[in-house]
Design a protein around this ligand. Sequence first.
Ligand SMILES: Cc1cc2nc3c(=O)[nH]c(=O)nc-3n(C[C@H](O)[C@H](O)[C@H](O)COP(=O)(O)OP(=O)(O)OC[C@H]3O[C@@H](n4cnc5c(N)ncnc54)[C@H](O)[C@@H]3O)c2cc1C
Length: 271
Amino acid sequence: MLLREVEYARPGSVAEAIQLLAGHEGARALAGGQTLVNVMKARAASPDVLVDLSRVEELRTISVSGDTLVLGAMATYTQIMGSSEVEVSRPILGEVVAQIADVQVRNRGTIGGNVCSSDPTNHLPPLLVALDASFTIRGTGGERTVAASDFFLGVYLTAVAEGELLLSVSVPASGNAADGFAAVTIGRDGTCIVSAAACLDDDATRVAIGCVDAVPVLVQPERSDPESIRGAVTAAALDPPADVHASADYRRHLAEVCAVRAVQQASERGR
Ligand SMILES: Cc1cc2nc3c(=O)[nH]c(=O)nc-3n(C[C@H](O)[C@H](O)[C@H](O)COP(=O)(O)OP(=O)(O)OC[C@H]3O[C@@H](n4cnc5c(N)ncnc54)[C@H](O)[C@@H]3O)c2cc1C
């Protein structure tokens, strides 16, 4: 389906982008366009102004600041896969983005677009919740930082308000932590039916499960053995959706399977 007519702006700086987003009702940031253009074609979203972020170079940087890896919102999956900062600080990020779709999507899709879509089937929301990431958001009223557990508010709904821009995603460097990720997908590189990301460190096990609710569900088993993990997932009383790919019961079962696999992968790496 053809797109309806829309105004288009291509700012060169964050300040200009925020001015455009805040100054026009119905303005929407355009990152890689891998989700937004498709939902516009389906008429599920009809922004009046597209604010294309592709020339805002300051949003593309990946850097390390102390013990924190900082990924600009416009960093693409391909860029993250090839980043030595990611490889050294938190390699699971590179491993997981390498599992997203195909090379075309990975060349265009960005970490900012992935999380701002807040699509429950996307790979990054559960991973970033498990890693205890934080999100830096700026609008005309100033800048704020939001924890991953408060960032995802619902399907296609996040803490980024109208007129605001997500600037970056900050992830603590691994330190003594070990991470894992497991998903059951539709086909080899397809959409997740259920996913789970795990982070094990000295004093806690964090497991975030995707596709079982509108936002990732965080469970914190007391120990990292399979029985404790399954117990923690059961205790979360998941109420997942049913669709042509999986019934609610099957998703509940897959949630336990993926959680155990993700923790096992992390445990093996942590040894
Ligand atoms: C064939 C196909 C298969 C896919 N499979 C998967 C998959 O298996 N797993 C997966 O995780 N994803 C998958 N995706 C989605 C893909 O990862 C998208 O790249 C991602 O969801 C959106 O990123 P984008 O950069 O393209 O953002 P866009 O589509 O440009 O934007 C998405 C939304 O985020 C907003 N936004 C973007 N950047 C910002 C910002 N900095 N500040 C505020 N708002 C912003 C936009 O306004 C828009 O609402 C797939 C996509 C396609 C086309």
